[in-house]
Design a binder for this molecule. Sequence first.
Ligand code: DX5
Ligand code: ZN
Length: 216
Amino acid sequence: MKNKIISPSLLSADFGRLNEACDMINASNAEWLHIDVMDGVFVPNISFGFPVMKAVQKRCTKPLDVHLMIVHPEKYVERFVDAGAYSVGFHLEAVDDPRPILDLIRKKGAKTCLTINPDIPVERLYPYLDEVDMVLLMSVFAGYGGQKFIESSYEKLDALRAEIDRRGLSTLIEMDGGVNVDNAPLLFQHGADALVAGNAVFSSDDPINTIDLLKR
Ligand code: DX5
Ligand code: ZN
């Protein structure tokens, strides 16, 4: 059976207790830590940037899975790798041509990821599937944690899984937004490789156990 990757989103952590959040992640069975960077332009919200990420990187032993919700990602992707990113993802709809930006990330030695919001047809990702390590499907509109999962995301996931398998690619699929212990098993069944979970993990009374439940 395929490895089920859980990437808890730091966005839902208590920002006054980031060390504790990192210690919890380190002690858990989460594979990655998801880092949501928002610029107030591409999305209406502003989250955090390099200084916070550097501090987290010092404390956290898990790979940092960075999700940039920003305009002009080409200006910043290298600095995110320097700040400790394992993978760097940016939005296809935020750029004219993703290829030079994917090159920048690759040359810095990080994994590449392309992502789309729920209103972007999944077919827009197909030309790049053999050039990226991972694609991230948003199952809520980028901008805030704690939103409700958009049910039509399953259809996009199915189409993407079929296309990746048809072409014999090893590109990973990550789902992000509204993931919880109820829909996680179904998302893995539909062929997701990695699930981001913010609210489900950090508002749980027992986050470490919730991470295990997400993998059931
Ligand atoms: C939304 C972010 C997500 C979010 C997930 O803009 O990209 O990663 O933090 O949070 P939940 O799991 O609470 O929907
Ligand atoms: Zn995210």
